[in-house]
Design a protein around this ligand. Structure first.
Ligand code: MTE
Length: 327
């Protein structure tokens, strides 16, 4: 993404804007250092009191799952350790290791998802009801980040379409927007960036209704770790990872293409569709290959596949569209 340096991105590609953001980050860091020193004086127990009931309260909770015909097999899974320590979750810091360190503060219960916009009537779903809406499936998907790294992840969830049907969208709903939780007191790292929060992403309705699009509650058979987007996130495996909003609290059905976080940051770099496409390079780096996280050095480099290898299932969604223009 724009900030947070991936080793895949040559330093020559880092723009003055990155330097600006890093400088802001440094300045904020200096200020928060003062705050932290003050907190130390207040006593660590006080901070523990504030955060302890929330930290990983559900971490490790097993989910009952069934096998899924939509799983992808044959490739080695990325280890749980890599999945949970190499994350993008900018509300909790811009470095890959920071979400693991900071996302413990995310309060994942109680949790509701508000549905509004072009629907029969607005509704609010409690997370416990969402967990029971449909049998939870184990689905292994490839996960390709726009920064040219990839993973293979055993997610737990059910097709997003099952949830959308419960939302009763009107025929005038052409897109669906997902908004992530944002509280600047909890996610203070978010204000070190120039992103206007909450994180927003969207899909065209037919994309969202595609059975591969997953409403995701877990990975490796357990509830999502906070840094992976607990308690509920989107996964669209044929798209770059940033289309998959984490920790969603609102779903809005709209008639026009909704504003999305990375498109808003740099429209030339991050299109609305963001389908994985090795023949459309990012303006600052190639998308022809990817680095598979966790593999030995000599085996990391892989050829990137159109639609991340899910072309047979999803290509027809884009019939007649110029994928270079609609990147
Ligand atoms: N959702 C929110 N709320 N905030 C984020 O910063 N990052 C996106 C996406 N969803 C992000 C987000 C990006 S850039 C990627 S690649 C994936 O989450 C990363 O998901 P992972 O850390 O679980 O691999």
């Amino acid at each position: 993404m724009l900030i947070g340096k991936s080793s895949d991105i040559p330093s020559s590609a880092i723009t003055p804007q990155d330097q600006y953001l890093n400088r802001r980050r440094f300045l904020r860091g200096a200020v928060s250092g003062v705050v932290a020193a003050g907190a130390g004086a207040l006593g660590a127990e006080r901070l523990a009191e504030v955060f302890e009931p929330r930290i990983g309260a559900l971490a490790g909770t097993k989910l009952e799952t069934v096998k899924s015909p939509l799983t992808t097999t044959g490739e080695d899974l990325t280890s749980l350790n890599d999945l949970t320590h190499y994350n993008n979750f900018y509300e909790f810091g811009v470095q890959k290791n920071e979400p693991a360190e900071n996302a413990g503060a995310l309060p994942t219960r109680p949790w509701t998802v508000r549905v509004d916009g072009k629907v029969k009537s607005p509704k609010t779903f409690d997370i416990e009801a969402l967990l029971k809406l449909r049998p939870l499936e184990d689905r292994v998907y490839r996960h390709r980040c726009v920064e040219a790294w990839s993973m293979v992840i055993p997610w737990v969830g059910y097709s997003l379409s099952e949830f959308i049907n419960q939302c009763e969208p009107l025929s005038t709903a052409k897109y669906v927007q997902f908004l992530s939780y944002y509280d600047k007191k909890v996610e203070k790292w978010g204000s070190e960036t120039s992103i206007s929060w909450p994180y927003s992403e969207g899909l065209r309705m037919d994309e969202a209704m595609h059975p591969l699009a997953l409403l995701t509650f877990g990975l490796y058979g357990e509830v999502l770790p906070n840094q992976n987007g607990a308690p509920v996130r989107i996964v669209a495996p044929w798209k770059y990872g940033f289309k998959s909003a984490k920790s969603i609290v609102a779903v809005r059905f709209v008639d026009k293409m909704p504003p999305t976080t990375w498109n808003d940051q740099a429209p030339r770099e991050y299109g609305f569709y963001s389908n994985v496409n090795p023949s459309v390079d990012h303006p600052r780096w190639s998308q022809k290959t990817e680095r598979r996280i966790g593999l030995p050095f000599y085996a990391q480099r892989k050829t990137t596949l159109l639609f991340n290898g899910y072309g047979e299932q999803v290509a027809s969604l884009y019939n007649g569209m110029d994928l270079k223009r609609n990147f």
